[in-house]
Design a protein around this ligand. Structure first.
Ligand code: B12
Length: 215
């Protein structure tokens, strides 16, 4: 596709909103070939499209099936970026267990965080979505992580972060815990005893580095 950068980013944005997986994938590939910074593609096209979908959902202009189709298109675009985000020769700097908390099925943001952590040299164990506290504990015993990262996108599932922290601490695990997700903030992190919060994937990398003293 030709045209100005803005027009091309807009076309990616529209492809996600039109639920077009293949087109999204193709346009992201073409944009990379133009030499556009991948953070620009991520933030100004893919993530902003998901924000628009969220707004349209809030307004009642689209529903869950459409939200799911848009998510699929977003993921197709993200897959193109994955090798670049995870492209690293550096030695493993630490292990991070990542999961979306119990009863929450949102995983795009968490997976993006995972890709960027891998890109920064971390070994990432991704537990997936709807992860009950006991499964985080099990993963601690199995993988001995330096950091646990939890994601929640629903106000109704945020308390499950606190429950998970309580269980981990009760069982004596004293590693670092970071949390994130659109409704989460530093105040909430402090309230539930998390060691840190980051608002986006680059912030998560910075935080994880600081936590293990590799910053
Ligand atoms: C896509 C989507 C879905 C998809 C999810 C598909 C998938 N595989 O992820 C589907 C269709 C399944 C879905 C379902 C529902 N959803 Co929904 N969904 C969204 C939407 C549009 C986009 C989310 C997204 O991917 N954003 C893009 C990513 C990149 O951003 P992010 O997740 O915030 O992640 C970034 C940061 O938060 C941070 N981060 C994320 N995780 C972590 C973890 C750590 C450790 C750190 C440090 C940082 C970090 O870094 C990420 C990268 O920058 C949002 C709207 C929105 N704008 O958030 C609504 C939204 C989250 N959904 C909402 C709702 C209501 C629902 C449903 C309840 C709808 C229903 N009636 O059934 C269900 C719940 C299902 C469940 N049990 O989880 C509401 C939540 C309202 C609230 N405050 O609770 C939102 C806000 C929409 C809205 N405006 O109303 N949804």
């Amino acid at each position: 596709m030709t045209g100005s950068l803005d027009e091309r980013l807009d076309a990616i944005f529209e492809a996600v909103l039109d639920y077009e997986d293949e087109k999204t994938e193709r346009l992201v590939r073409e944009e990379l070939a133009h030499g556009t910074d991948l953070q620009v593609i991520l933030n100004d096209a893919l993530i902003s499209a998901m924000d628009e979908v969220g707004d349209l959902f809030s307004e009642g202009a689209l529903f869950v099936p459409e939200m799911l189709m848009a998510a699929r298109a977003m993921k197709a675009g993200l897959e193109v970026l994955r090798p670049l985000l995870a492209d690293t020769d550096s030695k493993p700097v630490g292990t991070i267990v990542l999961g979306t908390v119990h009863r929450d099925l949102h995983d795009i943001g968490k997976n993006l965080v995972g890709m960027m952590l891998e890109g920064a040299g971390f070994t990432v164990v991704n537990l997936g979505v709807d992860v009950p506290p006991e499964n985080f504990l099990e993963a601690v015993h199995e993988h001995h992580p330096d950091v646990i990262g939890m994601s929640a996108l629903l106000t109704t599932t945020m308390p499950n972060m606190g429950k998970t922290i309580q269980l981990l601490r009760k069982e004596g695990w004293n590693g670092h815990i970071m949390i994130g997700g659109a409704p989460v903030n530093q105040e909430f992190a402090d309230a539930i005893g998390a060691d840190g919060f980051a608002a986006d994937a680059p912030g998560a990398v910075e935080l994880a580095r600081r936590m293990i003293g590799a910053a």
